[in-house]
Every structure is written in structure tokens, then in C-alpha cells.
Design a protein around this ligand. Structure first.
Ligand SMILES: *Cc1c(COP(=O)(O)O)cnc(C)c1O
Length: 396
């Protein structure tokens, strides 16, 4: 008999599993109930078992699951039209994950420059330190993190790295071979670092001057997470290409690459493809997610709840300066920069019934569902206060 676990060991999983979710809450098989501020890493943005999403998926499941992109898929056309109407974009390509959305964006930029200049001239991409773009070969090269690259060399060529937020460094790093800039509006995995004021606008101007494609990685920040449909709206800029994924399917795997004007038609028939991308199930759920996100007042409410939650977190930081350094982020993509080990706070929070996610730079990331209510915020604040009190050695 084999002693090798059937599942490959690429995740150090917690010994915790769930059999049911409801709104902001998860029910574990150990009988406990957890307030879910992890949201499957910013994915279940409308909470668990949202009735409108359940209805859309089950209705579609009874009709048609898959037919391939060899045929027209009406739900796909509809979702594309709605994303176009609600954003900077003129056209959309669907795929199944964040990394695939980044891959499509990188391929689009290369192809755009190839067609424009009649050959492989501007094929390199400017990327930033501390970035995260996924775990495929191209996206680990773009992210450039040693912990993701180690042992997988040789690394794909063509990425030039500059410090995040440093416009002058970006300008200085452009060469005659640079064709694109790829950047996150808020570095999520990298520790919840929002772009400094003026940075994205500066990159926009730079891309215009130099004829570069400005690609934003909104895989985590997109689909309402920041209280706007896309994070770049807060910076008042128009990107060329945006990759998004996590919140788009509310837990159903789907990704999208959005592009405007001259970039919209680059990936012509035969240049790129995906068997599963944009299948009827994913599209039915994506349309249902948009129904909720774009409903009157929904994003306003996200912003209001985000401000309430943030104020509570600021108060916590003021009360426990020995444990917590600061609150970072925008909307409901919030990071608590810790002075204690972030793993200790995460574990204490779990003991109190609150799930959150680590991020680099010793950060505890809070990614509640956008649908959370004031009662959920109060429950989370109570868990946070008890966890901090315990870590600070107060009797609770
Ligand atoms: C999660 C994430 C990705 C990768 O998405 P996958 O669906 O895991 O491939 C890429 N970029 C950012 C900013 C992310 O947060």
C-alpha cells in the first residue's frame, strides 16, 4: 500500500474544511461557524450561496454546460457587452483564471507591437518589484519573486523590474525593446500596497509618450473590491488592457482580459484560444454577479461599509500599537500591517471565529464579501478585539 498522499503537497493546508456557506459565514465540518473575511482570496465577493447566483448557475446547468468557442455563446456576448458598457473597454476575452487573463494580456501586448512595428521589436514588459501575477511560467517571470521562481529556471525572458511606485525608475528603465507596462493598482499578495497618488497617471503618460501598452492586473482589485468596478477608476486613468478574474465569477472559475480601442481587435481568429474560457456556466454566473454589482446603490454601499470597517481597524491599531502598525488598502481590500507575526494574529482570529488571509510584509489581509452588513462588521470587530486582547496578554 502506498504511503504517498493522493493530493500533491503544493499547499500547506489548514486542517479545516467546510460543508456549507451562507452570506459572510462558513460552516466547518468541526461544527464551528466562521465569519469569512478570506472570501476564498477575494473570490466569493457576493458571499456564499447568494440566491441570485445559485439560481443563475442551476438554471444554466439544466440547459447547457459547454459547447466550445467554435460556436457563438449568447451569455458570453451579453457579459462582454455589459462589461464594455460599464468600463473603459471596447472588447473582452474570457478565460478561466487570473494567470490566464495575464497571459492573454501579455500576448495581446506583444502581438500589438509586432503588428504595429512589423516584427519583434518592442517585446519586453516593464514590471514591478514585489508583484504577483500568477503561477504559470510567464506569470512567475512577470512576478519575479524568488520563492516562486526557485527551481523552475530558466525563467522566461522579457521582463524588466523597477520599484513599485517609482515613476522615475520606470522612465529610466524603458528601452527601445520595451512594449508594455504591467502593474497592479494595489499590490495584494505583496502586502496590500496601493499605488501612490499620481503613479498610475504617470505610467499612463509614460505609456502614451513611448507607445507602450499599459496593462493593469486587476485580478484581485477588480469587480467592485475597491468600491468601484475597477480600482483604476479611483485614480481617474484609462488603461489599455485590464486582466481581471477573482470576483468575476463569485466562486465559479472565470477570468477576463479587457481592452480598449486599438488593442481590442489585436487577438484575431487563430492567435489565441481556450477550450473552457467563457463557457455557458461561467458566463451565466458572471452575468448574475454583474446584476448585483451594477444594481443601483450597491457600490456606494460597499464604499460606506468599507469606511466603517476601516474606522474600526484604525481604532484597533491605535489601541494595540505593539501588535499592529497600520491599516492599508482601499475599499474592501484591507491590510493590517502587523508588528507581531501575522501568522499569530491569523491563528488568534481563527480561534475567535474570523478567517482572513496572510500577505507579504507581515500583513493580515481582510477581504470580506462586498455584501457584508453592519452586523457582520460588528462581529468581525469583536473577533479582532478579542484576538488582539489575547495576543497582548490582557485577560478576556
Ligand atoms: C490571484 C492573482 C493572480 C492569479 O490568479 P489565479 O486565478 O490564481 O491564476 C494574478 N494577479 C493578481 C494580482 C492576483 O491577486
Amino acid at each position: 500500500m502506498s504511503t504517498i498522499p493522493a493530493l500533491m503537497p503544493n499547499y500547506a493546508r489548514l486542517d479545516l474544511s467546510f460543508d456549507r456557506g451562507e452570506g459572510a459565514w462558513l460552516h466547518a465540518t468541526n461544527g464551528r461557524r466562521y465569519l469569512d473575511f478570506a472570501a476564498g482570496i477575494a473570490v466569493t465577493s457576493l458571499g456564499h450561496a447568494h440566491p441570485h447566483l445559485v439560481e443563475a448557475l442551476t438554471r444554466q446547468a439544466g440547459k447547457l454546460w459547454h459547447c466550445s468557442n467554435l460556436f457563438r455563446i449568447p451569455e458570453q456576448e451579453r457579459l462582454a457587452e455589459r462589461l464594455v458598457a460599464a468600463s473603459f473597454a471596447d472588447s473582452v476575452l474570457f478565460c478561466n483564471s487570473g494567470a490566464e487573463a495575464i497571459e492573454a494580456s501579455l500576448k495581446l501586448a506583444r502581438r500589438y507591437q509586432f503588428e504595429r512595428l512589423g516584427g519583434v521589436r518592442r517585446w519586453r514588459t516593464l514590471v514591478t518589484q514585489n508583484a504577483f501575477h500568477g503561477r504559470t511560467m510567464a506569470t512567475i517571470a512577470a512576478g519575479g519573486q524568488q520563492k516562486h521562481i526557485h527551481g523552475f529556471e530558466p525563467v522566461m525572458e522579457g521582463f524588466d523590474r523597477v520599484p513599485y511606485g517609482d515613476l522615475e525608475a520606470a522612465r529610466a528603465a524603458i528601452t527601445p525593446e520595451t512594449g508594455a507596462i504591467l502593474v497592479e493598482p494595489i499590490q495584494g499578495e505583496g502586502g496590500v500596497h496601493p499605488a501612490p497618488a499620481g503613479y498610475l497617471a504617470g505610467l499612463r503618460a509614460l505609456a502614451d509618450q513611448e507607445g507602450l501598452v499599459l496593462i493593469l492586473d486587476e485580478v484581485q482589485t477588480g469587480m467592485g473590491r475597491t468600491g468601484t468596478l475597477f480600482a483604476h477608476e479611483l485614480d481617474g486613468i484609462v488603461p489599455d488592457v485590464v486582466a481581471t478574474a477573482k470576483g468575476l465569477g463569485g466562486g465559479f472559475p472565470v477570468g477576463a482580459c479587457l481592452a480598449r480601442g486599438p488593442f481590442a481587435g489585436v487577438l484575431t481568429a487563430g492567435t489565441h484560444g481556450t477550450t473552457f474560457g467563457g463557457n455557458p456556466l461561467a458566463m451565466a454566473v458572471g452575468n448574475a454577479v454583474l446584476d448585483v454589482l451594477l444594481a443601483d446603490g450597491f457600490l456606494e454601499q460597499v464604499r460606506a461599509h468599507a469606511a466603517t470597517l476601516r474606522a474600526g481597524l484604525e481604532a484597533l491599531v491605535a489601541r494595540y500599537p505593539g501588535l499592529l502598525a497600520e491599516v492599508r488598502g482601499r475599499g474592501l481590500l484591507l491590510g493590517l500591517a502587523c508588528r507581531c507575526p501575522n501568522a499569530d494574529l491569523l491563528s488568534a482570529l481563527r480561534d475567535e471565529g474570523l478567517l482572513a488571509v496572510p500577505a507579504a510584509d507581515n500583513v493580515v489581509r481582510l477581504l470580506p464579501p462586498l455584501t457584508l452588513g453592519l452586523a457582520d462588521i460588528e462581529a468581525a470587530e469583536a473577533c479582532l478585539a478579542r484576538a488582539c486582547a489575547r495576543l497582548a496578554g490582557e485577560t478576556v
